[in-house]
Write a protein that binds this ligand. Structure first.
Ligand SMILES: Cc1cc2nc3c(=O)[nH]c(=O)nc-3n(C[C@H](O)[C@H](O)[C@H](O)COP(=O)(O)OP(=O)(O)OC[C@H]3O[C@@H](n4cnc5c(N)ncnc54)[C@H](O)[C@@H]3O)c2cc1C
Length: 396
């Protein structure tokens, strides 16, 4: 398996092609042959993820000094599309992990970067992002997990203490129970977004525990569990960024996360479309292949067109994020909304074109449909994407 060569400058076409070839090989040889079994057995493939880390996928758009690959968001979007052709559920987990690693790289102190990035970029350890709570999903600024500053074991400093005690429950956390570090958004101040702070909570912190593994429609190869914080003490040095900056940090991470999830939808749906194109040549009804029916051809044409349009939006949003354009968040929301809707619809149409066989596990299409469904719900539901887009529209 070749390794992504760390690069500081923007890539030449040849360099980018070489990276995508390596990712494609990994997706086809390490993910695709196992995807159905991992799904059926709800198996989290730690060793395969470590191989992804060796390839450079543990910190794709993270600085290179501590193991990141130093690539752009545009490169990442292309990478996640290729990974998802092998297994959308694992590609999406790698996306969430990258979101966490990027947060530590971008907002972390030197000590935090040194402590966590080598472990995470190599994927010897994993990261989880803990924002959602049982009572606060779309309205993330309403979280109630508390973080109370107390004197540390060696006595309080002049700010009244050097530790925080975190108490609350985080819901639907991807990778919970497997991760080495949890970025927990908790309330340190007034109600609303400005009273939220992000904390790095190590997996072995006393008082940290996990709920049962949720039984889900898809994404079965990665665990989703509650993260329960029962008076978890962390030093003030575990604050990521500054006190009160947690909501801003959490939202900035989601811009990139939305591009990646959108790219995972593109990859899964493109795989399903490719299968459907092959199948309509093989399957005969009424004495001729399905490919001879104009209704079938029109369906395929619309599927390809929707994915092409979605890909253009995803690439545009990634370029906007790379260029730090002022409307980048709005473009990320548009790309996420459009590509995850298109991806699910196209995968479902591919299932329909397979008739009864599409409904069978062995054909793999129904798994992609199940995996892509949640992309319309998480990292902000597609209704919340419309809220973000509409808010920007009406602000002018
Ligand atoms: C498999 C899975 C993995 C996840 N992983 C993570 C993770 O790792 N970390 C994490 O923090 N979270 C994670 N989530 C949580 C996910 O981000 C939330 O489920 C999502 O944000 C929606 O929140 P909710 O489920 O509370 O729905 P709610 O907010 O209760 O929304 C219910 C419905 O109301 C709609 N709605 C809400 N407000 C409005 C509005 N203003 N206008 C119009 N419609 C509205 C929503 O779109 C939705 O259709 C995960 C979820 C799942 C299912």
């Amino acid at each position: 398996m070749s390794t992504i060569t760390p690069l500081t400058s923007s890539l030449t076409t040849e360099e980018r092609d070489a990276i995508l070839d390596a990712v494609r090989d990994f997706a086809q040889n390490e993910l695709a042959p196992n995807a159905l079994e991992w799904d059926a057995k709800s198996f989290f493939p730690r060793d395969t993820l470590r191989s992804a880390g060796e390839l450079g996928l543990g910190g794709i758009y993270v600085r290179e000094d501590l193991g990141g690959s130093g690539l752009s968001r545009s490169d990442a979007a292309a990478i996640f599309e290729e990974l998802a052709k092998g297994d959308p559920a694992i590609a999406a987990y790698i996306s969430i992990h990258n979101m966490v690693v990027w947060m530590i790289d971008t907002y972390g102190s030197d000590a935090q970067r040194t402590e966590w990035l080598p472990l995470l970029t190599s994927m010897s350890g994993f990261g989880s992002y803990c924002l959602t709570e049982p009572g606060a999903g779309s309205d993330a600024a309403a979280i109630t997990t508390s973080a109370i500053r107390v004197p540390g074991e060696n006595g309080g400093g002049e700010n009244g203490g050097d530790e925080y005690v975190l108490t609350g429950v985080k819901q639907f956390i991807s990778g919970a129970g497997e991760a080495s570090v949890y970025i927990v958004m908790a309330r340190t101040g007034e109600p609303g977004a400005r009273g939220i702070t992000a904390f790095l909570v190590p997996a072995d912190a006393p008082g940290l525990s996990f709920g049962a593994i949720e039984h889900k429609m898809g994404w079965n190869a990665q665990p989703t569990r509650q993260v329960i914080l029962d008076e978890v003490r962390v030093p003030a040095a575990n604050i990521l960024g500054g006190e009160g900056e947690g909501f801003k940090i959490a939202m900035s991470a989601l811009d990139g996360g939305r591009i990646n999830i959108a790219a995972c939808s593109l990859g899964g749906a493109q795989w399903a479309l490719d299968r459907a194109v092959r199948y309509v040549h093989e399957r005969f009804t009424f004495g001729e292949p399905l490919a001879e029916k104009q209704a079938v051809v029109f369906t395929l044409a619309d599927m390809a067109t929707e994915l092409h349009a979605a890909r253009a939006l995803v690439r545009g949003a990634a370029a906007a994020l790379d260029a730090k354009e002022p409307d980048a968040s709005q473009q990320c929301a548009m790309a996420k909304r459009f590509a995850t809707d298109a991806g699910f619809t196209v995968a479902n149409q591919a299932l329909q074109l397979h008739g009864g066989y599409g409904y069978l596990h062995d054909y793999g299409i129904e798994k992609v449909v199940r995996d892509l469904r949640v992309h319309q719900i998480l990292e902000g539901t597609n209704e919340i994407m419309r809220v973000i887009i509409g808010r920007q529209l009406l602000a002018h």
